[in-house]
Design a protein around this ligand. Structure first.
Ligand SMILES: [Zn+2]
Length: 290
């Protein structure tokens, strides 16, 4: 009887210890969600976004960081300037990217936007060439930088006929440029092998793909590892089971690609389509706390 009661007590202590251990793991420092503090400056001019639309752009970028990397993108300040306040900035010439970058970065430093631990992002209206065609792009500091600076063009509509919604694209450009300052390099389509890497956020032309791949664009390897290690998220790793599956799909894919080169049968093309889908599915948002 004594041993029975003792056994119950031991079981209770063991259960309490297990619970305590679980809590410690759940709140352990290494598994803490990291935050990017974002100062946003909206340069208002022709075709630019209003505050509500600019916040929608940030919301898209927030969703990419949260879903794929479990990183919180926090908007800590929002300011508006008029495009006329920067008479030295060329908003027409596509090749003037570096000039715009230097001018805006100097301005960001002057207004204290580039403080330690904060990212500063200037949202510019889209470039317009002499024919009225709208262009979108961006530029950012590159490396694992304490207070990175970046800018990107943002607008509501493109000059396509019919015009396309560019708010989602502007969110992708924001996430892309801010990530350059977190050590993310470009991962163009075909980085590993022809067509093996799906279009992704760190692709050079992500803004360009946005309409064709709406809802499908994620941070993938190696961007996820680059950003995670820059932010000190050492314990966020790709699940080993996913790694193995990716390897298997890659091998099958390579085999199918090689065969496709010899005989372009309908069957193989169909099979390739399926594999491409599987590959895309495997690459998006597969991070967990180890
Ligand atoms: Zn880039």
């Amino acid at each position: 009887m004594f041993t029975g009661r003792m056994g119950k007590v031991i079981k209770r202590i063991a259960a309490a210890l297990a619970l305590l251990l679980l809590c410690c793991q759940a709140h352990g420092d290494t598994c803490e969600q990291r935050t990017i503090n974002l100062n946003l400056v909206n340069v208002v001019g022709p075709d630019s976004l209003n505050q509500e639309e600019a916040l929608e752009v940030v919301a898209w970028a927030q969703s990419f960081f949260a879903q794929d990397l479990w990183i919180k993108l926090e908007l800590v300040s929002y300011q508006e300037y008029r495009v006329q306040d920067f008479p030295q900035i060329n908003l027409v010439d596509l090749l003037e990217r570096a000039g715009r970058f230097i001018e805006l970065k100097t301005h960001a430093e002057l207004i204290g936007c580039k403080a330690s631990g904060y990212s500063c992002y200037y949202m510019l209206p889209p470039l317009r060439d002499g024919d009225g065609v709208l262009y979108y792009g961006g530029l950012g500091d590159y490396g694992c930088i304490d207070a990175p600076f970046a800018y990107g063009q943002a607008g509501r509509l493109s000059s396509h006929a019919p015009p396309r919604d560019r708010i989602y694209a502007s969110g992708l450009i924001l996430a892309h440029e801010v990530s350059h300052g977190l050590d993310a390099s470009h991962v163009p389509k075909g980085f590993y092998d022809s067509e093996l890497v799906p279009p992704n956020i760190m692709d050079t032309y992500v803004g360009h793909y946005s309409d064709d791949y709406r809802g499908e664009l994620h941070f993938i390897e190696p961007s996820a590892t680059e950003i995670s290690s820059c932010m000190g998220i050492a314990n966020w790793v790709q699940r080993s089971s996913d790694r193995a599956r990716i390897q298997r799909v890659r091998k099958r894919y390579q085999r199918a690609l090689a065969q496709q080169r010899d005989r372009r049968s309908r069957y193989l093309i169909k099979k390739l389509g399926k594999l491409r889908k599987a590959y895309r599915r495997l690459y998006g948002g597969k991070y967990e706390c180890n």
